[in-house]
Design a protein around this ligand. Sequence first.
Ligand code: GPW
Length: 834
Amino acid sequence: RAAPVLAMAKPSINAAATAAAPPTAASETDLILKKLRYDFGKLTPETPRDAYNGAAFALRERLIDQMEATHEYWRKADPKFTYYLSAEFLMGRSMMNTVLNLGLQGEYAKALNEMGFKMEQVAEAERDAALGNGGLGRLAACFLDSMATLDLPGWGYGIRYKYGMFKQLVDRSTGYQNEVPDIWLTDGNPWEVKRNDVRHKVCFGGKVEKKDGKSVWIPAEEVWAVAYDNPVPGFRTPTCANLRLWDAQPLEEFDLGAFNAGEYDKAMLARERADAISAVLYPNDATPEGKELRLKQQYFFVTAALQDVLARFKAMHGTSNWDLLPEKASFQLNDTHPTMAMAELTRLLVDVEGLSWEQGVKLTSQCLNYTNHTVMPEALEKWPVKVLAKMLPRNLEIIEIIDEGWQKWLKEQGKSDEEIKRMAIIHPNQWNPDEMLVNMAYLAVVCANRINGVAAIHSEIVKDELFNDFYKVFPSKFQNKTNGVTPRRWLNFCNPELSALITEKLGSDNWVNNLEELTKLRAFATDKGFQEKWQQVKRQKKIQLAGLIKQMFGDDVNLDSLFDVQIKRIHEYKRQHLNVFSIIHRYKELKAMSPEQRKQAVPRVCIFGGKAASSYDIAKRIVRLINQVGNKLNSDPDTKDLLRVYFIPDYNVSLAEKMIPGAELSQHISTAGTEASGTSNMKFQMNGSLILGTWDGATIEIAEETGVDEVFIFGVRAHQIHELRKTRKDLKTDPRWDAIMEDIKGGMFGDAEYFKPLVDSVHDMNIGNDWFLLANDFADYMRAQGEVDAVYKDQSEWTRRSIMYTAGSGKFSSDRTVREYAEDVWNMKPCRPQ
Ligand code: GPW
């Protein structure tokens, strides 16, 4: 095998030939038909999927041209790069994003029309790229969009999972969640380019030997990491960045010797072992799996990415300029998943490139930055020393040396033994003191140049609680970078109707790249004419969402209902059960009313969506309860015009694009202090959905931008929860709450036995439950719900608030977030291809 050649660093012998010369001769129609004919063997498109195939592969050529041109320019300009390392990239669909970012809307709408298709219909034929669980993975996707749009030289690095996020099936009659694999690659993926010549060796296992006082790793297993490039076009710019995903391949296709000896299984073993590495995305959100294969995945993509960047650096700057590295490369580590980079970059610099230990460690800490996305201690990854000794012996040795040096340094700083013990990178398992663990977050905090949380309150908790000992040692390392979302996908593309209205009002669509301009809408929040148009758009989006419900459930919903949406991963801390409990109470209230009284009630359609991790028992019970409550309520003739509950199965990015614009109210009701940021709250705000939420994560900043009185806030504050958790046994629970618990346990929604553990988890104080303080927040939640109803009855007031939400959403563009990272963390500047 030839040494890896790097697409980016390729010496440009015939630069002119490789530079982007968009094929101008063919019309888009010709190009689409040509692709269809030669790549799919079809003369004309018969189905939307055919049209999609033709269009997508035609667009792919445009993308590749743009990406090559961008990289050609960046090779010459040699700017500083940022590499975003993430185990997850939740990209969703690409077709419309590509068409709109490249400004080809007119051309493609026309071409597809000529073939008898509507562009939106064709776009629906695309499968989601679901290489992520939820917020963390989608954030990575939004950041790539913003980096490209802002002309910031940046690449993403991750894993090309063969199977992404599982598909969620919900049995209609029982409400059970079932999981089936997401086989997303079978029909081909037009949005990637396989780079056969870009590959790096990844080693595992074996032992470390000492030779001339140096450590030499003799691995037991080797695989290739093969690159797949996914172009990431910016919006209204020639810049097209890249998401490079690694696929694991065996060094040898199969063992011919074993095959000839008739040992067929053995012959294929290496392939199977390699395949396993990049096969499946772990479906856990904010809870670490702790499985060896997961560690293997993490190391696999981290070392491939680092080797790739170092090879590029050497091709550009040679091997005697290593001090230049921090001026040319910075890495952002998306949570602890890629933090093996801390040891691996040191290993590559010292063992492979031959730098001194001091220089290797110094460069590592200058280049790497760590973002924390959760404060829940159980979610911080810790790997058993035993597992590392077996899988990555040299990396373990490096971590041990770093830890030793760190502890020695702390001692010199006058830290007590107690403090040093608390800050040790390698420490005993608190549940099993015989087992030693490597705390990956601590490793990251010690080694990183900058550490940040993802919303103001979260970054405070990171400093004051989670990493407080470390914060006291180096306060200047810690920052806040409040998350953001791309206004392209999350407003401009998913809500063209509202976007057109905004553009009409502001006189141009510059707001798409300068979202702060939306503040100008505040001046029209009480303008009757504008309110009416705003309501018309909202109505249209509600009709579309109702159409989705009709399509999925066959039901017509009352369009005058308040559309109330909670979509996110199912988790006890996110408290979907608090929402469903309050729905049960509302139902009982409606049942008890006379027909006259019912006329005064605000009708609601409550919509849920979200996946429960396959192994998360209580979460699966929550899914079932929501469904069973829906089954009962939606068929009750007394109440069904006033209250509906729908659980939309298989919630994903594409469904979010339909649900968010149609929502009038969205719920973000995590126990204060538990949701690091939340990002769907920002998407809802942009689309003029009001928020019912707790004083948590970015919802706080959303309230501050919108106007604190405009947001329905309830529940305890983060600083109170420690005390409340201690005294929760003594709480005098609300009688309405107690009644709901009894109803569920009494079988009102079927299968009392099945729901008992769920009820106990919030109600049985003998076993010390209700960690997330649902009982405590219930009464105030009901009060806030009452306020929601009251405001909804005044449609003009509701609309005023809706406008104020959108107007206040400018801060939450990921352009703002990424710009802050570029200035405060990455220390880099835009570089637009000329
Ligand atoms: F546990 N988040 C997520 F911190 O989606 F790693 N998956 C995860 O595994 C983790 C966090 C992890 C989310 C946070 O829960 C959410 O509050 C935040 O908005 C999002 O990451 C992006 O920062």
